[in-house]
Design a protein. Sequence first.
Length: 319
Amino acid sequence: MAVPSNTTQSMSFRNREDLDKLMMMQTPTETPFQNMMGRDTTNSRTPEWALETVRASNANNKAIDGDDVSNDAQTVPTVVKNHVQIFDEVIGVSDLSAQVATIDGRKELARQLLNAGKAIRLDMEKRFSGNYASVAATTSVAGETAGAQAWITTNISLGGTGVNGGGYNSGTGLVPVHTAGTNRTFTAAIFKASIQSAWTAGKGTLADVLVGPAQKVNISAFTGVVQATNEVSKTDVTILGAVDVYKSDFGFHRIQASREMDANSCLILTKETWKVATLDPYNIQDLAKTGHSTRKLLRTAVTLKCMDEKRNALIMALS
């Protein structure tokens, strides 16, 4: 009988030796977007929540002493929703592999489960920070959560042929995606205009900026950024050639590079407006044993909640 595909056998890895304990498969676990977000739970595959808004300020808000009063019109919350997405990883380990200690001291099954958990978290980071549409689950279609870029529609900067097609659609109950348009050079003028738009429209703090590595380098090269300087001590010379915090007219903005951000976009975020809602926490399920191997299913089911897209900004189509 054939060995099921992707089953790790005992001869597939090195046994533990007299070496320092180390992880043979190092996976980057930087997930800046998830790290800054709040946490929530849900008991629905399509959780709904209300978006509160405050009416426009009125300099002529005045009353006559002793006058009677009438009710003022109040804003009605907008109800939106997103769809839960199941993230999973299936692991198969032969019976002998499950008994042999690997080079880092752990059993092979435990090692693979740990790495699977890291991989799923990175999958979630890529989904949450991207321009991905929500998809309703059916008996034959997997549910998909909309990413942050798709949620933002008020303060968005696109390329020349771009289309602002995202944002929550109350008719369909879904969040579609944007068309980025033709790539253009990322300039300080584009960056500052997006910050100003979100600061004005949504009163966001905009303290966190999420970009891929190429755009992190571009921000450090903005015209007007203070020239790189040297720090000299008795033993070391340090050249400061990067921008980690950008000071605009509307506050300080921490620039964070993310390996999971796409190469051509920039998210300017108010972190209080984002939450991860969990329907099914990380858990391990035993799969049916059909031969000389053990199979495990690692899974979680989550969605992304956007509490106020106007307090964020998105720049797309960056070269």
